[in-house]
Design a protein around this ligand. Structure first.
Ligand SMILES: [Zn+2]
Length: 391
């Protein structure tokens, strides 16, 4: 299936013909005078109802398509490539439908644009494995032409690596207009590859409790850290990362004690920075322990009083859910948020504008968070099991 064909060596695009010209073309096609753009075999002109309108296309005569010829092109696919093609022509960017080189043909072959001297655009609405995407991309790359892939939602399966992504833009589109917008952004040089390096410097707030220790020396008990990637890009939300307890399973896999240790310590320095700022010592961290709660097994990170003559071990419980990200305290450090942020390196057409998150007032934070946590503060013993008060 194709949306263009050749007559007397000249390309015609079905969608752009007048009704009269189209019916004349249909007649010529029945006389086998119209040729397919790729195989140059006789083409029959047809129409299909699509999206409240009619889409014109060409296909081989029944039984005449070469073996292995992928003829299954849906009206949705045709509509998208036409939308892309029309947009580029409108912008004065040289483009050809269903044109190619050597042993391949692209949905749209773009001439010189802001992106590159030539660019193959492929619309892919049916599922395509990463391996096939690599093969088809390499085929074009061998001819010196990079590929812009515009997949339908979820139609790219498997993982596309940086090696492919660096030179070949890959997007998902949900409509013809969005597909055309993407092609425009790439060909006018607005689209860019985002490798997430900006998230390596993400502002973070500490959440900690001041412990008025029985030994008389107050200290800071680390609870968690709030990461604010939303201040960098607006499609991301604040994230709470605990430095005191975590599930013993992540993504269906068991987390080992050393895995939990790494998790707790990744952002602990944000609290350490706060401790410096407030002139309080931060609690000593222990090796994570397993504990059993209602929801199952978890890893707990306990902290003990840094006063060597005291060493009370404390844990604070309570507080769950979205409230945790509403901490009003100032940012004390910048962290690499990439390990916990749910976005991959990807091509973007525009930068999602950052936003400032909502926070509780200090009074509300105290009421919703600090007081319940203070009430749940428990002493679970002392290091070595000896309470100095017993001595
Ligand atoms: Zn103490």
């Amino acid at each position: 299936m194709a949306c263009s064909a050749f007559i007397d060596g000249k390309r015609v695009i079905g969608a752009f013909l007048s009704d009269q010209a189209w019916s004349e073309l249909k007649k010529l096609s029945r006389e086998r005078k119209v040729l397919m753009p790729d195989t140059k075999l006789p083409a029959i002109a047809k129409t299909v109802r699509w999206n409240g309108g009619v889409t014109r296309f060409f296909s081989h005569f029944p039984g005449e398509a070469p073996e292995g010829y992928a003829s299954k092109e849906s009206p949705a696919h045709t509509a998208r490539k036409l939308a892309i093609y029309s947009r580029l022509i409108e912008l004065g960017i040289p483009a050809e439908l269903e044109a190619g080189r050597d042993d391949w043909r692209a949905d749209v072959l773009v001439g010189e644009s802001a992106f590159s001297p030539e660019l193959a655009i492929e619309v892919q609405l049916t599922k395509q494995s990463a391996q096939l995407t690599y093969e088809r991309t390499n085929q074009r790359y061998t001819s010196g032409v990079p590929t812009l892939w515009i997949f339908g939602h979820g139609s790219s399966t498997g993982h596309l690596g940086m090696d492919l992504l660096h030179n070949n833009p890959v997007f998902e589109a949900v409509s013809e207009t969005q597909a055309a917008d993407i092609a425009q952004a790439v060909c006018t040089g607005q689209a860019f590859f985002n490798d997430r390096t900006e998230l390596a410097y993400t502002p973070a707030r500490p959440i900690a409790l001041k412990v008025n220790c029985k030994c008389g020396k107050p200290w800071l008990l680390p609870v968690g850290v709030v990461l604010l990637p939303n201040r960098i890009r607006g499609d991301l939300s604040p994230i709470y990362v605990s430095v005191s307890r975590t599930s013993s399973k992540r993504n269906g896999r068991a987390v080992s004690p050393s895995g939990a240790y790494n998790y707790f310590h990744r952002y602990l320095f944000v609290v350490a920075e706060a401790a410096k700022k407030y002139g309080l010592p931060v609690g000593f961290d222990h090796y994570p322990e397993r504990a059993y709660v209602k929801s199952g097994a978890i890893h707990i990170q306990r902290y003990s009083c840094p006063n060597i003559r005291c060493r009370r071990i404390m844990g604070a419980y309570g507080n769950k859910g979205a409230d945790l990200t509403w901490c009003p305290v100032p940012i004390t450090a910048h962290v690499d948020a990439r390990p916990v942020v749910g976005v991959e390196s990807a091509w973007l057409v525009a930068w999602p504008a950052p936003y400032n998150e909502s926070v509780f007032t200090t009074a509300k934070w105290r009421e919703h968070f600090i007081l319940p946590m203070r009430a749940g503060l428990v002493c679970t013993g002392t290091v070595g099991g000896i309470d100095p008060e017993d001595l």
